[in-house]
Design a protein around this ligand. Structure first.
Ligand SMILES: Nc1ncnc2c1ncn2[C@@H]1O[C@H](COP(=O)(O)OP(=O)(O)OP(=O)(O)O)[C@@H](O)[C@H]1O
Ligand SMILES: [Mg+2]
Length: 424
């Protein structure tokens, strides 16, 4: 017995010590909300003197609207069992004696004393925590503000960078275009310079070649005229005839060479006009052979193979003559005395085909690709006079009338030239 009494008194002291020394406020009220007991921490929390709150309504410790609602809460719970606070914890606002408020956490439980329903609440002061929370919220706000400012700054910088990038891209593209234009200009200038150089090369080659080509007939003319003068003085007129003929052929050669140059210029300027006329093919061939007998060297003969049926051509006769003349004169010029020149003419599928075959010196195979270039002369014709424009003109003429030219040549065996001209 003694022991259990002792225990009760020890428990009582213990509970009392806890009640008195607890850091949180402990408050007990009856079912009418009258404060039955409050610990020192509770009294200090609300700013009341020891014992000052006993018998007062707990409502006095609440600000409006809880102050007037609290009685209703108690009434409701006792009649309906609807729990608003009981068994739960909640953050609420407490009212101090000096009318100031403070945040606190309240947990309430009910108990029975002498069969009367009572309530015990533990109040934990949240002032510091709330303050800390508010400080954190404030700091957060400031931080967010700063981040906002910084991110604004950052986005301004990023935008500036993007703009700079765009400007740079623009500048790069402008520069690239300028570079491209410069390069194109450079190419144009180079091409123009190249053309100019080619032209001046051509001019100087022309001057060299013309002076060489003209000198021979001119000196023939000069010597023949002085011989004629001598013969005339002596009255030997019949001897002059030979020299008159020499002068004639020299002048003819000069005229032909000049004609070639003229055709070249006309072709280059695109000013060459075709003069179409009707003529018979066989008559044309006979006329040509007659006219050019003088081209044959000693012992050279023409072997002709003409179509059996005569046909009428509608063509630029002078141009055709010029083409055939160039090929024929080459055949005689680049063949030795006594050789045969074969001329074959036929019409197949509306194409006039003319073949001229010689037994001459031929064209070196490694030079054949340059044959139609202007001023080309074979390495084996150095001692034979010529300007190197005959075949170039032939090719240009044939291009003009949609014709074509082919050749086969073997050095020291001979050459065959074939031209094909559409005639309808
Ligand atoms: N039938 C041929 N046999 C050998 N070589 C030829 C023949 N035809 C042309 N050639 C070569 O081709 C070159 C060019 O011939 P092209 O007729 O254009 O000029 P050319 O005869 O030298 O002078 P021209 O302008 O007075 O005709 C000749 O110099 C010659 O080397
Ligand atoms: Mg020639």
């Amino acid at each position: 017995m003694k022991d259990s009494n002792l225990n009760i008194s020890v428990d009582g002291q213990l509970l009392n010590a806890i009640f008195e020394t607890a850091i949180d406020g402990i408050i007990m009220i009856n079912n009418k909300g009258i404060i039955l007991k409050i610990n020192p921490a509770g009294e200090q929390l609300f700013g009341y003197a020891p014992g000052e709150l006993i018998g007062k309504k707990v409502n006095d410790l609440m600000p409006m609207p809880d102050r007037i609602n609290h009685d209703v809460y108690l009434y409701d719970y006792q009649n309906t069992g609807a729990k608003k606070m009981i068994g739960k914890g909640r953050d609420i606002v407490g009212l101090k004696k000096d009318e100031t408020t403070f945040p606190c956490h309240l947990s309430v439980n009910e108990f029975f004393m002498n069969e009367e329903r009572c309530y015990a609440g533990i109040i934990h002061d949240l002032t510091h925590r709330k303050k800390a929370e508010e400080e954190i919220i404030e700091l957060n706000k400031q931080l967010e503000e700063k981040i906002k400012v910084k991110s604004n700054d950052l986005s301004t910088v990023v935008n500036k960078l993007l703009q700079t990038n765009k400007d740079l891209e623009k500048e790069i593209s402008v520069r690239k275009k300028a570079e491209q234009a410069l390069r194109e200009n450079e190419i144009e200038i180079r091409t123009a310079l190249k053309k100019e150089k080619e032209l001046s090369d051509l001019k100087s080659r022309f001057v060299t070649m013309a002076s060489h080509e003209f000198r021979t007939p001119l000196s023939t003319i000069l010597s023949s005229t002085s011989l004629i003068e001598n013969y005339n003085k002596k009255g030997e007129f019949e001897k002059s005839v030979k020299h008159f003929n020499k002068i004639k052929s020299a002048v003819k050669h000069l005229t032909e060479t000049l004609d070639d140059f003229l055709s070249l210029t006309k072709l280059e300027d695109g000013k060459l006009e075709l003069h179409m006329e009707s003529f018979m093919l066989l008559e044309f061939c006979d006329e040509f052979i007659k006219e050019n007998q003088t081209l044959l060297k000693k012992g050279q003969t023409i072997e002709k193979e003409l179509p059996k049926e005569n046909i009428e051509l509608f063509f630029d006769k002078k141009l055709l003559k010029h083409i055939v003349f160039n090929l024929f004169s080459n055949a005689t010029k680049y063949s030795d005395e006594g050789k045969v020149i074969k001329c074959k003419v036929k019409v197949v599928d509306n194409q006039l085909i003319i073949k001229i075959k010689d037994q001459g010196i031929g064209i070196p195979s490694n030079e054949q690709e340059y044959l139609f270039s202007r001023f080309f002369r074979g390495s084996n014709v150095i001692n034979i006079s010529g300007t190197g424009i005959g075949l170039n003109i032939v090719k240009e003429y044939l291009d003009l009338i949609d014709g074509s030219i082919h050749f086969e040549s073997i050095v020291n065996e001979g050459t065959i030239f074939t031209i094909m001209i559409p005639i309808k």
